[in-house]
Design a protein around this ligand. Structure first.
Ligand code: SF4
Ligand code: FES
Length: 247
């Protein structure tokens, strides 16, 4: 007989439940299966009403983030075999409103992301005829790590500060701001600093570091926030000691 494992899944159907509940399904255990395969088995064979998001199945789209046994994970990269003998508990990411079952609402992040201007800002665009902006491999290396973010939101779900202070801009948006600040083609660091050194920015972070631990792409948002704090403090000090120098 094929071995099985119990998958305990959070359910929330707003038209029929006031509070989330849990439902347990027995799914086949296969060595090469990830949690997302088990959820798809439930959806296809046992209960078509179960709702969850996914797309690429290869750790690229960032849409399959959920809590697995309490830890934020990409379910397409979390092997069932790591959770034996089960049960494997699957819940929506913390701190985001739940739309249905395992699907959360992300518009708070989308608003914050836009605020930090994650695009290249130029004071003056040079004419097309002058060609592309060139960059050396070393210049690329300075921000490449931060550009690997897939907006999966695991870092927000792991961040106790975001849980306590929902206005906190949060780890991924700050890491993405830093991705552009460190880009040799960008001239927007001062504009971003104004937003990020404000009351909902970097100073909210107490360096718990969970964001970096859960990041599936090794982005290190905690490191980005610490780098930013140093930049903001240096900027503030210069403004106090050399007020004419920062103008
Ligand atoms: S920083 Fe990492 S954990 Fe956070 S959204 Fe980006 S990829 Fe996901
Ligand atoms: S399904 Fe795309 S990252 Fe998991």
């Amino acid at each position: 007989m094929e071995p099985t494992v119990a998958l305990t899944v959070a359910r929330y159907r707003p038209e029929q439940e006031a509070e989330p509940t849990f439902q347990t399904y027995e799914v086949p255990f296969r060595k090469d299966w990830v949690v997302l395969d088990a959820l798809n088995y439930v959806k296809d064979r046992l209960d078509g009403s179960l709702s969850f998001r996914w797309s690429c199945r290869m750790g690229v789209c960032g849409s399959c983030g959920m809590k697995v046994n309490g830890t934020p994970k990409l379910t397409c990269a979390a092997f069932l075999s790591d959770y034996l003998p089960g049960p494997v508990r699957v819940e929506p990411l913390d701190y985001f409103p739940v739309v249905r079952d395992l699907v959360v609402e992300l518009s708070d992040f989308m608003r914050k992301l836009k605020k930090v201007k994650p695009w290249i800002i130029r004071k003056e665009e040079r004419p097309l005829a002058e060609g592309a902006y060139l960059q050396t491999p070393d210049e690329l290396d300075t921000y490449k790590q931060f550009s690997m973010c897939i907006n999966c939101m695991l870092c927000y779900s792991a961040c106790p500060i975001y849980g306590l202070e929902p206005s906190f801009i949060g780890p991924a948006a700050i890491a993405l701001a830093q991705r552009y600040n460190m880009d040799s083609r960008d001239e927007g660091a001062a504009e971003r600093l104004e937003i990020l050194s404000g009351k909902d920015g970097i100073w909210q972070c107490t360096f718990v570091g969970e964001c970096t631990k859960v990041c599936p792409k090794n982005v290190d948002p905690a490191g980005a926030i610490q780098q930013y704090k140093l930049t903001a403090a240096t900027h503030w000090l210069k403004a106090v000691l050399l007020p004419w120098g920062t103008r």
